[in-house]
Structures are given as C-alpha cells and as structure tokens.
Design a binder for this molecule. Structure first.
Ligand code: NAP
Length: 166
C-alpha cells in the first residue's frame, strides 16, 4: 500500500525514468515491481548483496550505493521514490536535485498517505495474477517476536518478514 500510494502520489507514468532508493526493502521490492508494471524504466538503489534480487524484480538498472553515489550520476529521473527509512538512507530532495529532471517529482515513504480498501483489493489481484511477488526474507514464530522486531529495525531485511502464529 505504501509503495502503491507513493508511486501514485508521484504521478507515475509509462515510459518515465524512475529511481527507487531502498529497492530491496519491504516497500522497495513492491515499488520496483509496481513501477515496472506501470511501464516505467526502473533503476533500483541497494547494497551489493541485493543487486540480483532487485534485478529479478524488474529493475533495468541497479546502483550499488556502497560503490556509487547516485546523486552524482549523469542520469536524470522523472520520479525519485525513497522507499527506505530516512534515518537509514540519509536521502533528501535537495541531495537529489542534480539527478531529478526539471519537472521531476521526489517522494519519500514517510510522507502522509491515505490507504483505501479498493487499493488493497487491486494489489491483491496483482498478486493473484502473478504480477506482484511477495519477497519473504525470514519467518519468525510469535515467541520470536522480539528477535523479529530487532531484525526489522536493523534496516537490512530483504523484502518482508513473516510472524507465523501456530
Ligand atoms: N514495511 C511496511 O509495511 C511499511 C509500510 C508503510 C511505511 N513503511 C515505512 O517505510 C520505510 C521503509 O520500511 P521497509 O520496511 O520497507 O524497509 P527498511 O527496513 O526501512 O529498509 C530496508 C532496506 O533499506 C535498504 N537500505 C539501507 N540503507 C540504505 C541506503 N543507504 N541506501 C539505500 N537503501 C538502503 C536496505 O537494503 P540493503 O540491505 O540492500 O542496504 C534494506 O533492504 C520505513 O520508514 C517504514 O516505517 C513501511
């Protein structure tokens, strides 16, 4: 829902160049797939270990932020979506000014959004149709909930974690 709503807020359109920061996280893995589904040319920013994952989700290009500073590249993007926690990615609109196209839009996952039931139904249909993959990193039992939270708070998860209640 967060990925979908922020891409809509950014007025995503087919053919646009879209940059997804935090492309390997929960919101990011959905954002890459949805942006691709909407016909955008997607570039995903992630760490070395997650380049293949982000490619498998449909990104045409990947930027390894441990090796390259995307804010200094020669590319310009119509839409930049920071899908990672601000305190983790350290990204701001002003830092992206040189890679944002003149009429480009910057959206951040921590901006306000409005969740709607019909959007959830729409996304559910995309999952059922195989257009949207749910990336699951690790499963935890309810007894491991503290460990699960610690892992999520590490900011290093790939996609999502699941807590299984037996
Ligand atoms: N998850 C949800 O359901 C949800 C819903 C609504 C809002 N939110 C909000 O959305 C934000 C993101 O949450 P999240 O659960 O998707 O992911 P997250 O746990 O905040 O981020 C995970 C990803 O961020 C990447 N990352 C870490 N440092 C980075 C950097 N310097 N540059 C680029 N990427 C970096 C990591 O990838 P690497 O390991 O490849 O570095 C990791 O895969 C949070 O503020 C959360 O509160 C989450």
């Amino acid at each position: 829902m967060a990925a979908y709503n922020h891409l809509c807020k950014g007025n995503i359109k087919s053919g646009q160049k879209v940059l997804i920061i935090g492309a390997s996280g929960s919101v990011g893995t959905y954002a890459v797939q949805l942006a691709r589904y909407f016909g955008a040319q997607v570039t995903g920013v992630c760490s070395t270990a997650n380049l293949d994952l982000v490619k498998s989700l449909g990104a045409g290009k990947m930027i390894d932020y441990t090796k390259e500073d995307f804010t200094k590249s020669n590319e310009q993007y119509d839409l930049i979506f920071d899908a990672a926690r601000k305190r983790i990615s350290g990204v701001t609109k002003s830092k992206c000014k040189d890679v944002l196209a003149p009429n480009g839009t910057f959206v951040h996952v921590e901006m306000d959004r409005k969740d709607r039931v019909q959007d959830l139904d729409y996304l559910g249909e995309l999952v059922k149709a195989g257009e949207l993959r749910v990336v699951i990193d690790r499963e935890f039992t309810l007894e491991q909930i503290v460990e699960a939270h610690r892992y999520v708070e590490s900011g290093r998860k790939k996609g999502n974690v699941v807590v299984v209640v037996r």
